[in-house]
Write a protein that binds this ligand. Structure first.
Ligand SMILES: [Zn+2]
Length: 120
């Protein structure tokens, strides 16, 4: 799974479908599910003494949604896009937008032996 917490995504399916980018709060189930800010929100009723609500009452919670229902938001394309993964010339692993080829973050540090293998 290429989406990380803190990324912007576009929800493409379900009742919270919209074209505006939203931030991923948490990646769950090893990347199969994501909590996205303001998406799949439910009100949970809690008793007094809950750490997030000492008086009790309602808490708004973002339930995880399936990661197949979102697309990574590319700021360059201003749209949801698919991500690819490639190795740079220095050998580090990066994510890139498949539409505009812009790199959108490193996911692995450079390894000397890897770049040597590519160049030969
Ligand atoms: Zn792009």
């Amino acid at each position: 799974m290429k989406i990380r917490a803190g990324d912007l995504v576009v929800v493409i399916s379900g009742e919270d479908k919209s074209s505006s980018p939203r931030r991923v709060v948490q990646v769950v189930d090893g990347g199969d599910k994501l909590r996205v800010e303001g998406v799949h929100q439910v009100k949970k009723h809690v008793r007094r003494g809950h750490p997030k609500s000492p008086q009790g009452g309602q808490l708004e919670i973002d339930l995880p949604i399936d990661s197949s229902n979102v697309l990574f938001y590319c700021g360059h394309c201003a749209a949801g896009v698919r991500l690819g993964v490639k190795f740079t010339e220095e050998g580090s692993k990066v994510r890139f937008c498949k539409k505009c080829e812009t790199e959108v973050g490193t996911i692995g540090a450079a390894k000397a032996n890897r770049s040597a293998g590519v160049s030969s």
